[in-house]
Design a protein around this ligand. Sequence first.
Ligand code: PRX
Length: 640
Amino acid sequence: MTNKITSLADYLQKYKESVADPEGFWANIAESHYWRKKWDQVLDWRFEGKDAPHVKWFINGKLNITENIFERNMFMRKDQVALIWEPNDPKEKEVRLTYGELFDKVKQFANGLLKIGVKKGDRVAIYLPMIPELPVAMLACARIGAIHSIVFAGFSASSLADRIIDASSNVVITTDGAYRGAKSIPLKSVVDEALKTCPTVKNTIVFKHTGEEINFDARHDIWWHDLIKGVSTENTAEEMDAEDILFILYTSGSTGKPKGVVHTIGGYMVFAEYTFKNVFQYDDGDIFWCTADIGWVTGHTYIVYGPLLTGATSVMFEGVPTWPDAGRFWDVVDKYKVSQFYTAPTAIRALVGHGDEWVTKHDLSSIKVLGTVGEPINEEAWRWYHDIVGKGTRPIVDTWWQTETGGIMITPLAGIIPTKPSYATLPLPGIQPILVDQEGNELKGNSVQGILCIKFPWPGMIRTTYGDHKRCYETYFSLYKGLYLTGDGAKRDEEGYYRISGRIDDVINVSGHRIGTAEVEDAINQHPRVNESAVVGYPHPIKGSGIYAYVICDELSDEERDGIEDQIRETVSKYIGPIAKPDLIQIVSGLPKTRSGKIMRRILRKIGEGDATNLGDTSTLLDPGIVEEIISGAKVEVKR
Ligand code: PRX
């Protein structure tokens, strides 16, 4: 396969070249793609100044990403399996789609979208569970030049509505219902609820999956099977500009509502394929399995685009790791002879607790590479993954990246860069990380710790936040001029290896999902008896971080007090989704505020960590007594 790094020496050489001549480096990689018209200029960029950030790759290049997945691969791979779908229920039959079959489905659904008037540039909201129709819908959008905005099917009606409104989507694609382990979730009714506040939506396309009753309104609801009935599988891809938008994906930050991270076609395509084949060292014939949900960026890039661009066989799984039992992941690995297995530390930590025998009773000899993503992996979980799952011999790629980066940035290359527990190790060629101190001064050399930024653009990077370019600048480029701010802290050790320590802002990484504290506070405050709240992360053995909410309520009767915590959790679930429910809720009479009214979250975080020995200067607080009250009522054991 072209553009594949083959040894450590090769990596070091490529890295050097990529820094000396980034444009030449990426242009060379992009040459292997199919462009209807080649670019005039590789890159134009500024992180500062007029309209910043201004980042354009492969300027005036014309292409369609689906032609790079299908037409480009068709000659070699028409009958090769592209997607394997493992259903929630292991008793149900899996689905295998070859490149030829998937292509036909994509073209037919693309024609279906055209039939109801979806056009190039329209934003299509996709609210689907992990079924093959999800990649079909994404790729059909890309085929006709529509922009997909996938919303994780665990988000609530209100979160879905926010995303539909922000992107002014005119079509929503969903199912009647979704399975999740032993449960089923009525997705269509969530969409119905959301659409009460979304006037831009003209049609909802519904795929029949669980067969449950739904409220079907023939004025705007369309069954997927009716939409494609008799529709041709012939379709010519729309010609797109390299910098046209491929997708919007919403993600949480420190402040306000989630932002729509915008990725454009050419750069994202080049980056997704390059990172996929190099990080996982994918070889022809391998079976790749990423356990993420396509509703998150990991699924976008490493279930769909990266593997399919490469011509790989990609497994997608509808269910959960612990249903019907804690051996499910390993059943699936064994069943399909998975070669590369990519999951989140939270799943690993959860499985450690169930015992080794769930793993050891399976034949996992097909596994060549293990991967992790989404949050720091603690050394203990890393060792278990390495020793028990990887039999002590399979390399672990601890991949650091973000929704905004489009693909993996810092990681070992499997079998090439020596690993070290809990280290993401080295940047990929083309990626130029830099550590800075609070003031933005570069921390040079090794054995330093600071704030992780990136100093040069890469093709897969965020271009803007949808509908609000200024917010993109403010969030990522304004704090340290000329640098992309990741929001993560990191250490560079004595050998130059990076270890990511986690978020330095008001974002909590819960089971690898980014949750903004402000969003959770807003949701809690919707409860009629709540006056104010402050939310922080705290160490959680499985989730990495849990959510700790300190809440001020109206005067409550004893009876009200009993039910209030559950009600608050339900409120958060209703406004955001079950993933954002606080783990710990402490009702307090006040919050530690400065005289200017600012909540001192540092103190609340320390208490959540169970350590009140070093709270720093509390004399500037409006009411220093409140700290004592919070410590004595804390939901965790606190050392004084
Ligand atoms: O804090 C970092 C953490 O996840 C954040 C990005 O979250 P999201 O945009 O949802 O994307 C997750 C999947 C790419 C980062 O800012 N993170 C991601 N990977 C790692 C990580 N933290 C430590 N080690 C990692 N390998």
